[in-house]
Design a protein around this ligand. Structure first.
Ligand code: ASP
Ligand code: MG
Length: 401
């Protein structure tokens, strides 16, 4: 059996017209000889009647906080409605379908309501449905605890369901249908000739934290990576090839850089030893920040200073901590952290040099850099970020092919 998981997000199943496209994709897979397993999200977004946020708004905030068990039962309804509605549309076209809750599909979780961890997938029922030639339509985002209560897997969790089933059933691939063409070389709102990335590795998607996470749930990427099942991001509204996420994609493009992402609202902090030498607190600063849940990155520790960045949203808290510790510091606000991502840069000399050359040619001051095997980060002033990203995108030939 050639099993294919096809997951359709909330916007893909939101209208009858869109569901027609969904149904066509499923029938096409079937006609190609696949045994499709369909996973659906709740229909539409907030404001639409059966969207998860709309369901949540039916109950009081107090109840939400006091009874997570009830909230999971409520939230699970959105996906269940979707399964039956999609099943109806497929039945009209003479397809044999079986709509299932997450629990019925064998997804067994712990009882950490609202964000349950999956303990195992009992695949017996799904396998027998597939063997009988029928199409299972599984409610995403939910499971059942060992005590028999309905649980949910955390917001955006339908992707997780799809990846889990893909791994458990040893699927050929997991298709994630959404309302964008796939993962792009850069944000098209910043770079007008950003192009689609055809192949990318699981690790690179993690590195694209901000952009990648918008397109697919990082936990789904992790599960697919562990199960070595390729994920394919596709647009429900067209027949594009989409982006294939797999292991074999590492360095597949032959390019050192595959994509560029950026994160605004960073603040660069410098704490100088010379200005704080009388304070013991200088040495425990990073611990104190962690204790106060202020996350820092781009950390450079030198004998004479410590430099790092924090999010603008943590600035008020940071000021209080520094005041309590009696430490002096300097802050540069309104910075953007640019990330250039590519598995192909591993061991290739001169990548940072090239980046710095481009930015200096464009008169853009680099406030800080950092690098790993697959990513180089540069911190620049926010007002220069768009110019920097466009110049780098050109230099690394990431534009429309
Ligand atoms: N409907 C759920 C949510 O809005 C799960 C999903 O869409 O993946 O979070
Ligand atoms: Mg989603």
């Amino acid at each position: 059996m050639r099993i294919l998981i096809q997951k359709f997000g909330g916007t893909s199943v939101s209208t009858h017209e869109r569901r027609n496209r969904v149904v066509n994709k499923i029938i096409k897979a079937k006609n190609k000889g696949f045994s499709p397993v369909v996973v659906v999200s709740a229909m539409g977004r907030k404001g639409q009647p059966y969207a998860t946020d709309t369901l949540l708004s039916l109950v009081s905030r107090d109840f939400r906080n006091s009874s997570p068990l009830s909230i999971d039962l409520l939230m699970s309804c959105g996906e269940i409605i979707s399964t039956v509605v999609v099943a109806d549309e497929l039945s009209k076209l003479k397809m044999d379908v079986v709509p299932l809750t997450g629990g019925q599909a064998g997804i067994i979780t712990d009882d950490n309501y609202n964000d349950a961890a999956v303990l195992r997938v009992e695949k017996g029922k799904l396998t027998s449905i597939l063997e009988s030639g029928k199409i299972p339509i599984v409610a995403g985002f939910q499971g059942v605890s060992e005590n028999g209560y309905v649980t949910t897997l955390g917001r955006g969790g339908s992707d997780v369901t799809a990846a889990l089933l893909g791994t458990a059933l040893n699927a050929e691939s997991v298709e994630i249908y959404t309302d964008v063409d796939g993962i792009m070389t850069a944000d098209p709102r910043i770079v007008s000739d950003a192009s689609l990335i055809e192949k990318i590795s699981y690790n690179e998607v993690f590195q694209m934290a901000d952009q990648g996470a918008k397109v697919i749930h990082p936990r789904a990427v992790k599960i697919a990576m562990n199960g070595n099942v390729p994920l394919v991001i596709k647009n429900t509204l067209n027949d594009g090839k989409g982006t294939v996420i797999s292991n074999s994609a590492a360095g597949a493009s032959g390019k050192v850089v595959n994509g560029i992402t950026s994160m605004d609202d960073r603040v660069q902090i410098t704490v100088k030893y010379s200005e704080n030498k009388d304070s013991e607190n200088y040495y425990t600063l990073l611990d104190e920040l962690a204790n106060n849940l202020i996350s820092i990155d781009l950390i450079n520790v030198f004998p004479y200073e410590e430099v790092f960045t924090i999010g603008n949203e943590d600035m008020d808290n940071f000021k209080i901590v520094m005041k309590n510790l009696g430490l002096n510091y300097n802050a540069i606000k309104e910075c953007t952290k640019i990330a250039l991502i590519g598995s192909g840069m591993r061991g290739v000399p001169g990548v940072i040099a090239k980046i710095l050359k481009v930015l200096s040619r464009e008169n853009i001051k680099v406030l800080q850099t950092a690098d790993s095997h697959t990513t180089i980060w540069c911190l620049v002033e926010r007002s220069k970020a768009s110019k920097a990203i466009n110049a780098l995108h050109r230099e690394f030939l990431l534009g429309e092919k």
